[in-house]
Design a protein around this ligand. Structure first.
Ligand SMILES: Cc1cc2nc3c(=O)[nH]c(=O)nc-3n(C[C@H](O)[C@H](O)[C@H](O)COP(=O)(O)OP(=O)(O)OC[C@H]3O[C@@H](n4cnc5c(N)ncnc54)[C@H](O)[C@@H]3O)c2cc1C
Length: 526
């Protein structure tokens, strides 16, 4: 595992602070343009808001309601780009919008909305909208097989079930193009470089190892999302206040539906989703102002009650006991007044004042869907500063797991291969090669899941896994399965301990942390 002190004192063109989807995208864009780039993330890549999202790649019907046309068009274009450059991670998903009882006015509004959605995605590869008769709607899913279902609208967006892996693949591609990327590495301060080079010096701390290091760069990108204000203040001493942070949660429930549904809250008519994922149903989300540290965001009892009441018309039997666990994330929205849900999701990029000195570039807002385009825009700003004509190539180049390789290895059975390909894309061949090299690594981590030991070893050697949680929650879908990966924890911990030379005490602490992720159990609700 490379540690940041190995690059102590080194000069870079660009240092990216924050390894969420957007920071990882910026690192990739910068590296592919040929810049020397370092990326520092205080936790694991993709462990911030990216991990707390609904994980859909969409223009956003909700934003269309508010006529945020520019945002919707940008994200519909990017949806298509991601389907092209990361087809192993970003997959088409059809949503049904069921009508319960007579809904003439709502149906008319939807017809107009979905028609506009199709117009704005004129260059799409996905099918266009369609309308289901009552009989077709009832037949579409057992959850809709009831007399009050009077039809449904259907439209396509896309899903990214493992958004953290999308972030990671940007890191891996950046590294393949010369970037240095460090997880568990926190940026502490930014000062003018003492050598009078005109560069900025960033002091960073290796969170697991405890050492500090100083990196220098001409441009620093603050891609810390919901942390952007406090990080700007802490790094540069400027008073920030540029973002508004709102919390969103999901209920992860026993299976409620086999189809992705758009529902309108019974409480306040807000648009929400019920999405089948890893054998369970995700219901969300909420949108409430949040003032605390984004790392501490948790579902509260009122959040859970609100979502249960919101979807009771669709799932009349839903109870609190159906909720297996919750997720929470904090949005960083460009500051503006009005209700939380009315604030635009459009991003903004600020170079220098008021958040830092010139060359300190802060990203405010944004979505997973538009991350690549945002990263391109950020690097265009940096290029203007460098007076460099280098152009972005990230829309044309496949992410590492989408780069074609030779045929799949003969030793992988079809079920295992399809499971691995769904996570690693064509890189699954490398996982299989590891399993072939040491047959014990070919064994499943537990009879409960298809995941095998070779994935753990691969995670440590090739995918920046430093903690057990990194593997369980962000390299696989184990962490969002019914038992949250608990049955895989002992075997995965043993393999990581061997790879990383953990002491028995350290291993035990990692196991305890992986088995009890903070604040997602219903018992711990405030
Ligand atoms: C409930 C919810 C649902 C959502 N659903 C969707 C959706 O379905 N589709 C969609 O497109 N978007 C969705 N979004 C929006 C999307 O999740 C975010 O816009 C996106 O993940 C933001 O990425 P980011 O990289 O800016 O932030 P983050 O992922 O939060 O990354 C910022 C990183 O900075 C790191 N950091 C902070 N301080 C420091 C420091 N000092 N040094 C180093 N690192 C630091 C953090 O650890 C963090 O990992 C949703 C958001 C929420 C909250």
């Amino acid at each position: 595992m490379r540690r940041v002190f190995e690059v102590n004192g080194e000069a870079f063109d660009v240092i990216v602070v924050g390894g969420g989807i957007i920071g990882c995208g910026v690192a990739r864009d910068a590296a592919l343009r040929g810049f020397k780039v370092a990326l520092v993330e205080k936790g694991d890549f993709g462990s911030g808001t990216t991990a707390g999202s609904t994980r859909i790649v969409h223009g956003g019907l909700r934003y269309l309601e508010r006529l945020d046309i520019r945002l919707v068009r940008l994200d519909l274009r990017e949806r298509e780009t991601l389907l092209r450059i990361a087809p192993h991670l970003v997959k088409p998903l059809e949503f049904l919008i069921p009508f319960f009882g007579p809904q003439r006015a709502a149906a008319l509004k939807l017809r107009a909305g979905l028609a506009l959605y199709d117009v704005l995605s004129f260059d799409k590869s996905l099918p266009s909208r369609r309308w289901l008769t009552p009989a077709e709607a009832r037949a579409a899913d057992p959850s809709l097989d009831r007399p009050d279902v009077t039809g449904a609208a259907a439209y396509h967006d896309a899903r990214v079930d493992c958004a953290e892996r999308l972030a990671l693949e940007n890191v891996l591609d950046a590294e393949q193009h010369g970037a240095r990327a460090f997880s568990y590495c926190e940026a502490l301060s930014v000062t003018p470089d003492a050598g009078g080079s005109g560069m900025m010096a960033v002091c960073v701390r290796d969170v697991l190892g405890g050492q500090d290091a100083t990196l220098r760069a001409e441009a620093i990108v603050n891609a810390t999302g919901a942390w952007a204000d406090p990080v700007a203040t802490r790094l540069t001493g400027r008073r920030a206040g540029a973002i508004r942070t709102t919390k969103g949660i999901h209920l992860v429930c026993r299976p409620m539906t086999g189809r992705a549904l758009v529902l309108f809250s019974e409480v306040d008519r807000r648009l929400m989703f019920a999405i089948p994922r890893a054998g369970l149903t995700w219901i969300g989300t909420t949108d409430t102002d949040y003032a605390g540290d984004p790392s501490d965001a948790r579902a509260s009892r009122p959040d859970v009650e609100y979502l249960l009441r919101s979807v009771r018309h669709a799932f009349p039997s839903i109870r609190r006991e159906d909720v297996l666990f919750t997720t929470a994330g904090v949005r960083a929205l460009v500051r503006s007044g009005g209700s939380e849900s009315a604030v635009s999701r459009m991003h903004r990029i600020i170079d220098g004042e008021p958040l830092g000195p010139p060359g300190f570039v802060t990203i405010l807002g944004g979505k997973i869907t538009g991350y690549r385009a945002i990263a391109e825009e950020v690097m265009d700003v940096v290029c203007r500063r460098f007076r460099s004509p280098r152009r972005s190539v990230t829309a044309e180049r496949a992410l590492p797991g989408a780069v074609p390789v030779r045929d799949r290895p003969s030793s992988a059975d079809t079920r295992l291969w399809s499971h691995l390909a769904g996570l690693y894309g064509t890189r699954a061949a490398e996982v299989v090669a590891l399993a072939e090299s040491t047959p014990a690594w070919g064994a499943p981590l537990s009879p409960a899941y298809p995941d095998i030991g070779a994935q753990v070893v691969y995670g440590v050697r090739r995918e920046h896994c430093q903690r057990l949680d990194d593997f369980i929650r962000r390299r696989t879908l184990l962490g969002v399965s019914t038992d949250r990966g608990a049955q895989a924890v002992p075997a995965a911990a043993a393999l990581m301990a061997e790879e990383l030379a953990w002491s028995p005490a350290y291993q035990a602490a990692e196991v305890a942390a992986a088995l009890h992720p903070p604040g997602s159990d219903l018992d711990s609700l405030d």
